[in-house]
Design a protein around this ligand. Structure first.
Ligand code: ATP
Ligand code: MG
Length: 173
């Protein structure tokens, strides 16, 4: 019997979403079903979202609405988008049809007080017992870290952005 793990990839260094994708690919290689939910919509069409078409029926990829920005002047709208996105994630967790669910950039929902930490932690704690969950994003809250079985903090030692290299297709997105 599989013990579903809760993994958190946090910190300022690059590699959080990449690590989640790496585990997703590993699981797909074993014929497992993966759901990847992206809470913040990137500016570019990412390689990972294209991949979903090639793994139809095994990898379901969801980009939540326009995402929320927490910098917008319409906080109520942001809250509503965050709520809708979280409710969708809850339905995917409870459906119990996946082996692995990735909640990419979920940490910001808590960090920017869009959804209460308690509410999120309660849903995570009540997940189906064999389901693996991965959460990514900076500023993982204390409650998330306590709830997790695995926490890795990415340390930014060096990043090409600092020397003027812009985001590249196939490396950043
Ligand atoms: P990736 O998706 O490449 O694994 P990530 O999920 O760890 O990165 P995020 O915080 O989600 O990082 O930021 C996404 C984007 O910001 C990526 O394009 C990434 O290369 C870039 N980025 C991540 N860390 C840094 C950093 N320390 N300095 C500059 N840019 C960064
Ligand atoms: Mg990321």
């Amino acid at each position: 019997m599989t013990k579903g793990l809760l993994a958190v990839y946090t910190g300022n260094g690059k590699g959080k979403t990449t690590a989640a994708l790496g585990l997703a690919v590993r699981a797909l290689g074993h014929g497992k079903k993966v759901c990847f939910i992206q809470f913040i919509k990137g500016a570019w069409k990412s390689g990972e979202s294209n991949l979903a078409q090639k793994f139809a029926g095994l990898l379901d990829f969801h980009v939540m609405g326009r995402g929320f920005t927490w910098k917008s002047d319409d906080l109520e709208k942001d809250r509503a988008v965050a709520r809708q996105a979280w409710d969708f994630a809850v339905s995917m967790i409870r459906a119990n049809t996946y082996d692995l669910i990735v909640l990419d950039e979920l940490t910001y929902l808590i960090h920017y007080a869009m959804i209460a930490e308690d509410e999120i932690v309660d849903v995570l704690a009540a997940r189906p017992p064999a389901l693996h969950l991965i959460i990514t994003g900076r500023y993982a809250s204390d409650g998330l870290i306590r709830a997790a079985d695995l926490v890795t903090e990415m340390l930014a030692v060096k990043h090409p952005y600092a020397s003027g290299v812009k985001a590249q297709k196939g490396f950043e997105y």
